[in-house]
Every structure is written in C-alpha cells, then in structure tokens.
Design a protein around this ligand. Structure first.
Ligand SMILES: *Cc1c(COP(=O)(O)O)cnc(C)c1O
Length: 224
C-alpha cells in the first residue's frame, strides 16, 4: 500500500473516536493521487479553485463528495453549481446571495458552511463572530430559497503558539454553539464545525471540530 492510502487509513482510525469526518484536500494534486485515496476508502475531497474542480470531476468516480474550500469569486459561482456537495467557504453575504440565486436558477439546493474569521492574519477571509451572530439573530437566513446552511468553517492563526491556535478554535466552536442555542426549534441541519488542517487538526478535534480538512499530511507538499 502506498503512502497516501496509509495516511488515509491512519487518519480515519483516529477520527473515528471523535465521530469526525475527513476532507482530503486534493487541490494542486493529480487525479491519480485522488484515486489512491479513494481506493483506501476516502470519499470526501476538498478543492479550492472552480476550474480545477471542473477539470477533475469527470476523471474520477461519481460517488465522490466534492467540497469547495477556497475563496469563491461570485463570477465563478455558476460554474460550480451542482458540482459540490458542500461549499465550505461562504465569506460574505454577497456570495451567499449569489449562491442562493444561482442555485434557484439551476433548480438545486446548495449546502454551505459560513466561514468565520478569527485568525490573526488580515489576509484570511470570512465573517467576524459579531457579523455572523448578527446575521443569525436577525434571521438573515429566512430570505434564502435554495441554500442550506449546514454549519461553520474556520481556520486558526498561522503560528507556532499552540495557545493561540487553541483559542481560535475555541472561538469558532463558541460561535457555532451560540448560533445553535439561539436558533428557533425548526432550524434543522446546522451541525458541521469544519476546523483543523495538517498542522493543527488534533487541537481542533480537542476543541470540538467534527470535520477536518487535511492536505499535506496525506498528499505531501503542493507544487503551485
Ligand atoms: C489548503 C487548505 C487546507 C489544507 O491545508 P494543509 O495544511 O495542506 O492540510 C485546509 N483548509 C483550507 C481552507 C485550505 O485552503
């Protein structure tokens, strides 16, 4: 068995204890690497560019669940419709509205996560905790017609400071809990907390993640 399959099985075993799911982040890696992971039982893959996703999907098994995890420009939304099982990176209301409009136009329901920004870097995108809590407490989701809000996604600061990483994940989980606590009883299916990457996924699980997005640990370094 190759390195990729080994890693997939090792991570699956570890995640089982937490009831967490693995998104194998395959961006910049070839279809043959994805096939090896698929052969080891992996079914969820993460991509960050609409064009790359569109090029890869026809070459690979139809029962793969593709997650979009990158910054999504509104002019790329239409090309993505029907190709993803989850868009994890909704980082603005404008993008959310565009996804909703295009989903309705395509006659589908798109599942999404709201991306939270808690990290130190300004370059990372997403809603601040206050913005996201406001959106939910003002029932901003009620105008959505073809979008299912399934949870939140976030990244920790890019630092060696374990305490800061832990605090970032803690903050993401706290926003998720506050949204759920404040939600009306008929608000269903908001249950995903996607956090943790190669360098920090064990900390994320510790802080209440139920979906980790791992690329480098599985596929090796990316060649950009
Ligand atoms: C690339 C990427 C990952 C995976 O990063 P690794 O460090 O390779 O595990 C996870 N999440 C997002 C949003 C990404 O863009």
């Amino acid at each position: 068995m190759g390195h990729i399959a080994d890693e997939i099985q090792r991570i699956h075993r570890e995640l089982e204890t937490y009831g967490a799911e693995l998104v194998a982040v395959s961006k910049f890696h070839p279809a043959e690497s994805i096939r090896e992971a698929y052969g080891a039982g992996q079914r969820i893959f993460g991509e960050s560019r609409a064009q790359e996703l569109a090029a890869k999907t026809p070459q690979l098994p139809a029962d793969i669940h593709w997650h979009f995890i990158g910054h999504l420009q509104t002019n790329k939304v239409r090309a993505l419709m029907g190709r993803t099982s989850l868009i994890e990176s909704i980082d603005s209301l404008h993008l959310l509205q565009t996804v909703d409009r295009e989903s309705e136009r395509a006659g589908i329901v798109t599942r999404v996560l709201m991306q939270l920004h808690v990290a130190a870097e300004e370059t990372k995108t997403g809603f601040s905790p206050e913005e996201l809590l406001d959106f939910f407490s003002s029932h901003g989701y009620e105008s959505l017609r073809a979008t299912h809000l399934c949870g939140v996604m976030g990244m920790a600061s890019n630092t060696d400071d374990i305490a800061r990483i832990r605090a970032d994940f803690h903050a993401i989980r706290a926003v998720f809990d506050a949204i759920r606590d404040g939600a009306p009883a008929d608000f269903h299916g908001f249950d995903i907390v996607s956090m943790g990457m190669s360098s920090d996924w064990r900390i994320a699980l510790d802080e209440g993640s139920n979906m980790v997005r791992i690329g480098t640990d599985i596929f090796g370094p990316r060649q950009y």
